[in-house]
Design a protein around this ligand. Structure first.
Ligand SMILES: Nc1ncnc2c1ncn2[C@@H]1O[C@H](COP(=O)(O)OP(=O)(O)OP(=O)(O)O)[C@@H](O)[C@H]1O
Ligand SMILES: O=C(O)C1=C[C@@H](O)[C@@H](O)[C@H](O)C1
Ligand SMILES: [Mg+2]
Length: 171
C-alpha cells in the first residue's frame, strides 16, 4: 500500500509529500516531476506542443506505473484523478488517498508566492490561471477529489509541518 496526496495546485502535495515520506521512511514520488523527466519538457511546453489531452495521456501512463508500487508517498498533479481509469488504477490496488483541501484564496496566494513553479504551469481555462479560475476549477473538481479520497485534511491554516503530522496520525 502507498499513500497518494491529491488536491488543487498549491495545496502542498509536493511540499507535504516530501516531509511525510521522510517521516514514514518511504520514498517520495511526484507525478508532475516524473512526467517532466520522461518528456524532457516543462508541463507548460507539453501543453503547448501536445495540448492538455497529450499531457493527460502522459499523466495516465505515469499514474498507472505509480499505482503498481507499494510503500511510497506519491504527490499527484492537481488534475490527475479527473480520469476514471486513473482513479480505478489507484483504488484497485487499495492505496490510501488523502485530499489536501484548501480555500481558493489561500491556494491562489500560494500559487502566486511560488513564481518558479507558476512559470512552468499552464492556465487551465480561458479564465487565465487567476483567482477566478481557482474558484471555478476547485468547485468543479472538489466532488471528484472527495469521491476519490479515503480521508480529507483541511490545510488552509496548517503549516506544511503540521499538515504532515496530522496525516501521519490519520494513517
Ligand atoms: N501548508 C502550507 N502553508 C503555506 N505555504 C505552503 C503550504 N504548503 C505548501 N506551501 C507553499 O505553496 C506553494 C505550492 O506548494 P506545492 O508545490 O507543495 O503544491 P502542490 O500541491 O504540489 O502544487 P502543484 O499541483 O502545482 O504541483 C509552495 O511555495 C509551498 O512552499
Ligand atoms: O490542476 C491541474 O490540472 C494541473 C496541476 C499541476 O499539478 C500539473 O499537473 C498541471 O499543471 C495540471
Ligand atoms: Mg506539486
Amino acid at each position: 500500500m502507498s499513500v497518494f496526496l491529491i488536491g488543487y495546485r498549491g495545496s502542498g502535495k509536493s511540499t507535504v509529500g516530501r516531509r511525510l515520506a521522510d517521516r514514514l521512511w518511504q520514498t517520495f514520488l511526484d507525478s508532475d516531476e516524473l512526467i517532466v523527466k520522461q518528456a524532457g519538457m516543462t508541463i507548460k511546453a507539453i501543453f503547448e506542443a501536445e495540448g492538455e489531452v497529450g499531457f493527460r495521456d502522459r499523466e495516465t501512463l505515469v499514474v498507472r506505473e505509480l499505482a503498481m508500487l507499494d510503500e511510497q508517498v506519491v504527490a499527484l498533479g492537481g488534475g490527475a484523478v479527473l480520469r476514471e481509469e486513473n482513479r480505478k488504477a489507484i483504488h484497485d490496488r487499495g492505496h490510501k488517498v488523502i485530499y489536501l483541501r484548501c480555500e481558493p484564496e489561500e491556494l491562489h496566494r500560494r500559487i502566486q508566492g511560488d513564481p518558479a513553479t507558476a512559470a512552468n504551469r499552464p492556465a487551465l481555462s480561458t479564465l487565465g490561471g487567476g483567482i477566478e479560475e481557482v474558484r471555478a476549477k476547485l468547485a468543479e473538481r472538489e466532488p471528484i477529489y472527495r469521491a476519490t479520497m479515503s480521508a480529507e485534511l483541511d490545510v488552509t491554516n496548517l503549516s506544511p509541518e503540521d499538515a504532515t503530522v496530522y496525516i501521519a496520525r490519520m494513517l
